[in-house]
Design a protein around this ligand. Structure first.
Ligand code: SF4
Ligand code: FES
Length: 237
């Protein structure tokens, strides 16, 4: 365990903990967008900034990627921290003016309704945090999506924005996306995501469509469990 001071409070934390978790465990709220528990950290949204002090030096760091250390002094809500968070949020809002999660955070931080930056109209709600890409690669293991193009044209999607052969329609990307950018619709025995339509498996007991057939086939291939043994929904198992 290491000892650190967060907002004047003595805190103990395990050595492998990040400042974000140590602060939250001690009861201090820090806003985040890209730190999802299911995927590795990308440090891309920069909303989780805090101020740390070592000796006479203070600096701003991203708390989700900064490990705790003995004697570290952390402030989570100084004027400097608030200014950086406001600027970050204003830039994210200029990119994604329709993202409700950003609008809600802006209201909570008292950001003026008159934006300082010119708003984009073609980026949807994607803040380029890469959580969807990471879950597809790290958890699902298919790498169906990525970030493509450069600079202001960078966008998330399937390669060449064409239908992906490897996507299994699981929707894990939708689950981790903090802004609701990814569109997935499920109607009857069909699910649509990333431009592809997937056939859904009906539960053998209750008849409810519960998972794409391609997803069950993928799990079957990985685990050796026959697809027909997975044809029952979680509620009926
Ligand atoms: S689609 Fe969502 S999860 Fe993926 S990069 Fe954009 S904001 Fe992040
Ligand atoms: S939550 Fe730390 S950079 Fe996004």
């Amino acid at each position: 365990m290491v000892n650190l001071i967060i907002n004047g409070k003595n805190v103990k934390a395990r050595e492998d903990t990040m400042v974000l978790e140590a602060a939250r465990k001690a009861g201090f709220a820090i806003p985040t967008l890209c730190a999802h528990e299911s995927v590795s950290r990308s440090g891309s949204c920069r909303l989780c900034v805090v101020e740390i002090k070592k000796g006479n030096r203070t600096r701003i760091v991203t708390s989700c990627l900064y490990p705790v250390e003995e004697g570290l002094v952390v402030e989570t809500n100084t004027a400097r921290v608030q200014n950086v968070r406001r600027l970050v949020l204003e830039l994210l809002l200029a990119r994604c003016p329709e993202a409700d999660v950003l609008k809600k955070m802006a209201a909570e931080m008292g950001i003026e309704s008159q934006p300082r930056f010119v708003a984009d109209t073609d980026k949807g709600k994607c803040i380029l945090c890469r959580s969807c890409v990471r879950v597809c690669e790290e958890v699902v293991g298919v790498s169906a999506i990525g970030l493509f193009a450069r600079g202001s044209h960078k966008t998330v999607g399937t390669p060449f924005m064409e239908q992906s052969d490897v996507c299994i329609g699981c929707g894990a990307c939708v689950y981790v996306c903090p802004t609701g950018h990814i569109e997935m619709t499920s109607t009857g025995d069909k699910r649509k995501i990333w431009g592809r339509t997937f056939k859904m498996q009906a539960c053998e007991k209750c008849g409810k469509y519960f998972a794409p057939v391609d997803q069950l086939k993928y799990i079957s291939k990985k685990t050796g469990v026959p697809v027909k043994e997975m044809a029952t929904c979680m509620d009926c198992r």
